[in-house]
Design a protein around this ligand. Structure first.
Ligand code: TYM
Length: 326
């Protein structure tokens, strides 16, 4: 199977544990078993009004380092930056001409972002079309993502279907791959998903120091009541979800039994989560430091782009012929 996925170089380019557990950990697992193509989607990052030229350059590099530190292996996967393969934007235009305007107005992410901004740029509206182009350019069959991307994936499938219907069978309809950890919530506000845009107290960066992580885990929102059999509040459920991702099942079970019996001390739950989370992140942080000292990121991305471009050019030759632009 050919697998494709992407991630935005926003802010400093540092990954948070939502990205890691929701997507990147699965990206790493899929390597070797399938043909894997992973893209740093810098064109998408331009839709954020906060993105500056220098910030974007740095974030792209940081994100590449972070992905390599997490275990993306350029020998097994194609890792590259979207803007190094201009075919993404060429296909984006063509797909825009089969996408439904009505569908695009119904995208939740667009509606939420547009409601917050005073000035809404056109890129934000076209964002899902570019995302569809990313995937279809490689005729990818499956896309490992967190839950927040499912609507965009559905739109990519619709776009593939419309293109095939109008111009003839060309693209497979890409299937999402989601699994455990697909929706990690903010520690400070467990009703919203973990993301960097809400501010530093809402997420844990994979490169954060021990003290910062301890403080954030300790101050994670829980609840006050401890009635036996009481339903779990979103904050506590999120801590359990994270613990499941990093700790042995027996330990999680023991904490679950304590919770059901109404005798769980959140302090203990948080301490265990901190310890096991650090055990997961420490090797990534060590590897990050090694890679940063070595400084070969640009070469890795350039080699990845050359490989990606060969596939992209073949697809575009076929697409141009299909639509009559050859
Ligand atoms: P982005 O950059 O916001 O996030 C990258 C990946 O991390 C997942 N993720 C989460 N998973 C669980 N819990 C969370 N709190 C959490 N936050 C983020 C995301 O679901 C995603 O898998 N539009 C995409 C980028 C993109 C793309 C693509 C993805 C562009 N083209 C083509 C797949 C295929 C995005 O903004 O992801």
């Amino acid at each position: 199977m050919r697998i494709f996925s992407g991630i935005q170089p926003t802010g400093t380019g540092e990954l948070h544990i939502g990205n890691y557990f929701g997507a990147i950990r699965r990206w790493v697992k899929l390597q070797g078993e399938h043909e894997t193509i992973y893209c740093i989607v810098d064109y998408h990052a331009l839709t954020s009004e906060d993105t500056t030229a220098d910030g974007l350059r740095k974030a792209r590099r940081e994100l590449a380092l972070g992905l390599l530190a997490c275990g993306i292996d350029p020998e097994k996967s194609i890792l590259y930056a979207q803007s190094d393969v201009p075919e993404h934007t060429e296909l984006c235009w063509i797909l825009g001409c089969v996408a439904s305007y009505g569908d695009l107005t119904r995208m939740t992410q667009f509606k939420e972002k547009a409601a917050k901004e005073e000035f809404v740029n056109g890129g934000l509206f076209y964002y899902p079309v570019l995302q569809a182009a990313d995937i279809l350019l490689y005729k990818a069959e499956a896309v490992p993502v967190g839950e927040d991307q499912l609507q965009h994936l559905e739109e990519a499938r619709r776009i593939a279907r419309r293109f095939n219907f109008r111009f003839g069978e060309t693209f497979p309809e890409p299937e999402p791959i989601v699994g455990e950890g697909a929706r990690i919530m903010s520690l400070a506000d467990p009703e919203r998903k973990m993301s960097k845009s809400a501010g530093p107290e809402h997420y844990i960066g994979i490169l954060e120091g021990e003290e910062g992580i301890r403080r954030k885990v300790r101050s994670a929102v829980t609840d006050v009541g401890l009635t036996p059999g009481q339903a779990m509040s979103p904050g506590v459920a999120n801590l359990f979800l994270l613990l499941e991702l990093v700790a042995p099942p027996e330990l999680v079970d023991a904490f679950r039994r304590d919770h059901a019996a109404g005798k769980l001390l959140y302090r203990d739950l948080k301490e265990a989560l901190f310890t096991h989370l650090m055990a997961t992140l420490r090797p990534i942080q060590d590897r990050y430091r090694e890679l940063a000292a070595r400084g070969e990121v640009e070469e890795v991305l350039a080699a990845g782009a050359a490989r990606a471009r060969r596939i992209a050019q073949a697809t575009m030759a076929e697409v141009r012929e299909r639509v009559g632009l050859d």
